[in-house]
Design a binder for this molecule. Sequence first.
Ligand SMILES: Nc1ncnc2c1ncn2[C@@H]1O[C@H](COP(=O)(O)OP(=O)(O)OP(=O)(O)O)[C@@H](O)[C@H]1O
Ligand SMILES: [Mg+2]
Length: 228
Amino acid sequence: MTDVLRVEHLGRVLPLAVPVTLLTDVSLAFQPASFTVITGPSGSGKSSLLYLLGLLDVPTTGEVFVDGTPTSALDDAARTRLRLAVFGFVFQFHFLLPEFTVLDNVMLPMRQLGRLTRPQMKDRAMELLAQLDMADQANKRPDALSGGQRQRTAVARALANDPPVVLADEPTGALDTKNAAAVFAILAGLAQQGRTVIAVTHDEGLAGTSPRRVHLVDGRVVRDAALG
Ligand SMILES: Nc1ncnc2c1ncn2[C@@H]1O[C@H](COP(=O)(O)OP(=O)(O)OP(=O)(O)O)[C@@H](O)[C@H]1O
Ligand SMILES: [Mg+2]
């Protein structure tokens, strides 16, 4: 089976006056229907790795393969198209647009990809919101929601284009314990439905619920363990 996402010997150095090494020689492969957590101390490179995995950043050395195809030679437009089709992102702070309704926020990635008609976009967005128990909030603006509701909206937005891969950076970092567990359970459920889910977390309790844990220290993978 081809890995949905694979990185080989990934390195990222920021070319500053004094160069900053973010990642060194990271090789990882991710299969469909898998849930992986990435852990590590603050500054160990977790966010940097997620940006590279999601084609939001370009490695200095090494290669990111999507469905077995190398991505380093893509121009910006092709990279953006691939990113929109393959990845959904959830961040610690939801980054919902405050002047848009919940529904419009969820429709936004569909409008960017431009594959559906407007009624199709609306139907799909409402379906996703219903799955996340958010249908009755569709016409509210983000500032009228609770933290958990905002993050569930962000998950719905991440799923807008039905991406095979969902990347989440501290998705529960701004939530209380109960909402954090709920959002993590939603992410685990997405993996059970067939998606590749990769989530950065600081939370040891939540990390322990995942079947696989990749641990970074100083920009290197020091442990890649199946838990069970
Ligand atoms: N633009 C930048 N300039 C200088 N150093 C940077 C820059 N961006 C990142 N770094 C450094 O790169 C390292 C890795 O950062 P990264 O954000 O990936 O870590 P992280 O594991 O996500 O940390 P956290 O748990 O705090 O979110 C850190 O030491 C950080 O200070
Ligand atoms: Mg980070």
